[in-house]
Structures are given as C-alpha cells and as structure tokens.
Design a protein around this ligand. Structure first.
Ligand code: 5GP
Length: 195
C-alpha cells in the first residue's frame, strides 16, 4: 500500500471509498464516521437534482453554472461528469486531528491517486449484480437507469480492481464496515501522526 511515511502533525491521511452505484458506499461511509469521530467525511457537490426522499445534506446540491464557477476557481480536489451530471470533491478541510474519508466513483479515485499517491483506495463491491440492482431500486432510481448502471458497474469493478489498495464486498453492512474500519486502523498504526 503506497502510504506516505513522512506524515506531518496536522496532515490527514486520505481514505477513498469507491465503487459502483449500489455497492452501498454512502451507507458504509455514514456508518464509519458515526463509529469513528476522527474520520471526517467530505461532502461532495453535485449538479444532479435531489432524489425524492434523499436527505438534503447527501450532497451540496447546486446548479451547473455554480458548480462550474467553483471548478474554475480551483475549489475542487477532483471533479467528474457522470451520466450527464457533475460531481466534485471540494479541497478537503478536515478539523485538526481528523483523517479524511472520500466517497466517490472510480474516475474520482483515479484522480485522487494521481494527486495523492499515499491515499488508501478501498474498492467497495456489491455481492452480486442482482443485489446492486435491488439497492438502486430501493433508493428510487428508475428502471432504465438501473439496468444501465448495473452494466456499467460491472465494468467499473474490473477497472477499479487494479487501482484499489484493497477490495471489500458489501454483503453484510456491519461486516463491511468492520472490515473498512480495520483497514483504516491498520494504516494509522503504520503511519501514525504525532499526537
Ligand atoms: P449518485 O448520483 O448515485 O449519488 O452518484 C453517482 C456517482 O457519482 C456515484 O458513483 C458516486 O460515488 C459518484 N460521486 C459522488 N460524489 C463524487 C465526487 O465528489 N467525485 C466523483 N468523481 N464522483 C462522485
């Protein structure tokens, strides 16, 4: 795992949870930060409209011009277009003493790796295409969209595997969360920042 050994006192570690839609990244990320107050979840921006029932703080929801103005001003660590919508990770600004958790797609993970070779890339995979499709339906994605994203998801997994430091299959939520938490702890033990 390529982790920078010269970590400074206020320099956070970066953990990237990436993988296809329906892998359960959002749920795993929320649970991880609930359990670990020193893990700070970066909130992405998107130009996608909020889905019905989706929490208002799932993203910073903005229109396209606002998104592009922020991108032009250098406000994003990385950003990408996905199925016609823009998504971006703002430059991370965690509280002192916290490490950063990014929940993004494979393109974003690739970009983060270019910018920070020391980031830990954790690929979260759904247990099967059927489970992946069902998770998308449950959160209200329309059927045509689901079929397309399941197909793309399989391709994303194949592209993601060579990038990933480690892969976690999200079959049982609590097991997956425990696995990711132990990966985080392992990296912290290897490269502790001064207390
Ligand atoms: P959704 O519209 O289903 O919330 O997200 C679509 C895809 O965009 C997901 O794979 C999600 O992980 C990805 N995504 C969310 N935030 C970001 C981000 O900040 N950067 C990038 N590159 N992808 C993101």
């Amino acid at each position: 795992m390529a982790v920078r050994p010269d970590r400074g006192p206020t320099e956070p570690l970066i953990f990237v949870l990436f993988g296809p839609g329906g892998a359960g990244k959002g749920t795993v990320a929320d649970r991880l930060v609930d359990l670990d107050p020193t893990l700070w979840l970066s909130r992405s921006w998107t130009s996608r409209p909020r889905r019905e029932g989706e929490p208002g703080d799932a993203y910073v929801f903005v229109d396209r011009p606002t998104f592009m103005a922020h991108a032009d001003a250098g406000g994003f660590f990385e950003w990408a277009e996905f199925l016609g919508n823009l998504y971006g990770t703002p430059i991370p600004d965690p509280p002192v003493g916290c490490d950063v958790l990014l929940e993004i797609d494979r393109q974003g993970a690739e970009r983060v790796q270019e910018l920070r070779a020391d980031a830990t890339l954790i690929l979260l995979a759904p247990p099967s295409p059927e489970v992946q499709a069902e998770r998308m339906r449950q959160r209200g994605d329309d059927e045509g969209h689901v079929a397309r994203r399941v197909e793309e998801g399989q391709a994303e997994l194949a592209l993601g595997r060579p990038l990933a430091s480690v892969e976690v299959v999200n079959d049982d939520l609590e097991v997956a969360v425990a696995e990711v938490a132990s990966i985080v702890e392992g990296v912290r033990r290897r490269y502790p920042g001064p207390a």
